[in-house]
Design a protein around this ligand. Structure first.
Ligand code: EPU
Length: 443
């Protein structure tokens, strides 16, 4: 097997067109939702990424028949859902965070669930306390054992009133996927309302669920007795779209991201424009997208704060920081969602970027990490001439940022861990880089 490394000859502006498909962070959840249906579900425009393979493996381990069709069609038939062997599930231990979302659907279908150790990016502690608390309130018995979580629901699951301490995406999805078939009404307060969650609600509504999204982050779910399969075209991947937008800016290029949708990216687009990037929106129903480019001249520094939706997504932070190393002056980035999401800046510094990390909240809103001594604010002084380096990717989004930095830098970089991390969430990035004129090689 070849080494997991991409050799990048930097300094060439990326120019051309690429396509983004269904959002990773919706597709994987919609695949879990298919377990709740009594008939088969179909998802379209599913990207060929490793997270989809992992969830496919978990579905198949539970007897769901999964088949693929042209152009990213994925059919999931849960007619014969069965209990899976622990060993079969444990093959996926440490690979992703999606397995935790199987709790509710498996409890409803089988009365029992086994959840392996979770994986996902090392960007903070990422506890699952909200998930467990909510499941226990629904009536689940949760037994934490060395091999993973064993759950049962001896008396079924009943609707709950639950307030999240923080509007967590995964916990909101956990409550949605459990409440739809629970007995009675569930009221979730302080829920996350990311576009991917709204799209998951659309999926569940197609299946027969009754879900009301009220103002002020309140979601009310009226449990129903049964759900059927769905047919759904997911929202496009706004994280991937923004990553390519940032790559266009950092490399002085121009990229048309076919499939990107303005409405889901408004906060990003505002920042992009403030920094001095240019974009235009083509909203044709077929073939539309967003064109991103560097219009020439100097980029401007900005002060940013990541936040839950409708704030600036934490997953947009890393690609933006690479572009900010090219802005003239001091930019400030306050990361409020994860406590350790600046680890990747060590490599950027090695490439010549001037980035200092602080444990204080350098933003308008004091956040949870301020008093706990986490280096969660960054000051970026630019512009810096980036030079090539050997880079070890630490996680998915940071990995793509390293790739952007290597593409923007003068000289030849070696980026290690691309298959392990980037292919979890970016479909055919080798092919897309080639289409954009990047000079890369697989040794
Ligand atoms: N949190 C808790 N307890 C919990 C759950 C969450 O304290 O029980 C905390 C987390 O530690 C974190 C914050 O709440 O500080 C937000 O976490 P959240 O639950 O919202 O994140 P997630 O569901 O694990 C999803 C995406 C992430 C994305 C975040 C925020 C998926 C598979 N992952 O994670 O995406 O950054 O929401 O939008 O949907 C990625 O795609 O690379 C990625 C990391």
């Amino acid at each position: 097997m070849s080494e997991d490394v991409l050799v990048v000859h930097g300094g060439t502006p990326l120019r051309g067109e690429i396509q983004v498909r269904g959002a990773k962070n919706l597709v994987s959840k919609a695949m879990v939702a298919a377990v709740l249906g009594e008939t088969a579900s179909t998802l379209y425009d599913v990207p060929a990424i490793r997270d989809v393979e992992i969830v496919t493996g978990l579905l198949e381990a539970h007897g769901v028949k999964v088949s693929t069709g042209p152009e990213g069609e994925l059919v999931m038939d849960p007619a014969n859902v069965t209990r899976a062997a622990v060993d079969e599930i444990n093959v996926h231990a440490g690979s992703s965070r999606i397995p935790i979302l199987f709790c509710g659907p498996l409890l409803h279908r089988l009365g029992h669930a086994f959840i392996p150790d979770l994986g996902g990016c090392k960007i903070g502690d990422r506890p699952i306390d909200f998930h467990i608390q909510a499941l226990r309130e629904f009536g689940a018995v949760v037994d934490k054992r060395p091999d993973g979580l064993h759950l049962s629901a001896p008396n079924g699951l009943r609707g709950i009133k639950y307030e999240l301490e923080y509007p967590s995406v995964g916990s909101t999805e956990q409550v949605l996927l459990t409440a739809v078939l629970a007995d009675g009404v569930t009221e979730l307060r302080n829920a996350a309302v990311e576009p991917e969650i709204v799209d998951l609600i659309c999926v569940l509504q197609k299946m027969g669920a009754i879900i009301k999204v009220h103002t002020d982050r309140v979601i009310e779910i009226q449990g129903v007795a049964k759900l059927s399969g769905y047919s759904h075209r997911p929202i496009p991947d706004r994280i991937e779209a923004a990553s390519w937008g940032a790559a266009a800016l950092a490399t002085h290029g121009e990229i048309f991201v076919r499939g990107a949708k303005q409405a889901d990216m408004m906060t990003f687009l505002n920042v992009y424009r403030s920094v001095g990037g240019a974009f235009s929106v083509d909203d044709s129903p077929i073939g539309g997208g967003i064109r991103f480019w560097h219009p020439g001249g100097e980029l401007q520094p900005v002060a940013l704060e990541t936040d839950v939706h409708p704030g600036l997504m934490t997953d947009w932070q890393q690609p933006l920081v690479v572009a900010l190393t090219q802005a003239r002056g001091l930019s400030i980035v306050h990361e409020t969602v994860y406590e350790r999401r600046f680890g990747y800046t060590t490599e950027l510094r090695q490439m010549g970027a001037n980035i200092q990390l602080y444990s204080e909240c350098l933003g308008g809103t004091p956040c949870r990490w301020g008093r706990r001594n986490f280096l969660h604010s960054a000051v970026i002084a630019g512009p810096s001439k980036l030079h090539a380096a050997d880079l070890q990717i630490p996680d998915l989004r940071a990995g793509f940022s390293h790739l952007i930095a290597a593409l923007a830098a003068e000289g030849t970089s070696r980026v290690y861990g691309v298959d392990r991390y980037i292919s979890r969430g970016y479909e055919d990035f080798d092919g897309k880089l080639a289409a954009l004129g990047a000079r890369t090689e697989r040794p």
